[in-house]
Ligand binder design. Sequence first.
Ligand code: PMP
Length: 283
Amino acid sequence: SDVYLNGEMLPLEKAQISVLDRGFLFGDGVYEVIPVFHGHPLRLEKHMERLNASLAAIQLPVEITITEWRSIFDQLLSRNPGQHQALYLQISRGSYASRQHGFPTETRPTVFVMTMPLAPRINDSLDDVKGGTAITAPDQRWQRCDIKSTSLLSNVMHHQLALNSGATEAILVDAEGRVTEGSSSNVFIVRDGTIITPPRSHKILSGITRALVLELVVNDGTYPCEERDVSVNELTTADEIWITSSSKEILPIIELNGIPVGKGKPGGVWRHVAGLYQTYKAG
Ligand code: PMP
């Protein structure tokens, strides 16, 4: 497949960067994953706004306009056609003559974009969605999880912990016993017909899918919804648990720490909201 690297379109095998790249040496960079369904990037502007927020937070100026980004995406998508895929976009602080922690005075970011396969979880029939399983784990990450940083070691360790116990995702709990998010997703619970998700803060990534779900639920008005702290006890006794992300969409969690959630199958509120999401995606 063809990828974009620093101004050029080239085959993946030909795309190479220096071992002195700060992305490689320090994880000094940020990224985005934008889902593309039927050729249309979903919520592109929101992803680009978040990218700019991440770049500003790490003080990395990048002179690429939204028009230039769109042209890069259009070229990549026409060179790599596919029904459903994702755009992966990474910007690191670049490669310099030596390894030093401090920011280099001149800025030469490494800009990389590729397409990745994406299997939509929410298909035409919601009956086909089996749901996933999760474990809880102590959140061992840093205090700036709102930055979509490529320094993902803790997320990788948390996710592998889930895989090792046969689960789909690790739902993270902070030192005060509050749910933050999944290792690569946001978390929603349903209790007595109310949809609840932890508030935006430095402790979570402000998920584009999370925001979309909140928007859909509020506009629809069938279920009340709250952005507030969720205790681990509320999580383990919830009627429904969902995780959301650009690639997992809205995935019902049917088992937590080996114990069925609710009736142990995707819940009624999930079904309703997944329907709203499907309609939005199709429109
Ligand atoms: N939290 C974390 C830690 C993530 O890595 C992700 C996405 N990969 C999300 C939440 C979900 O964000 P989005 O809906 O924008 O994909």
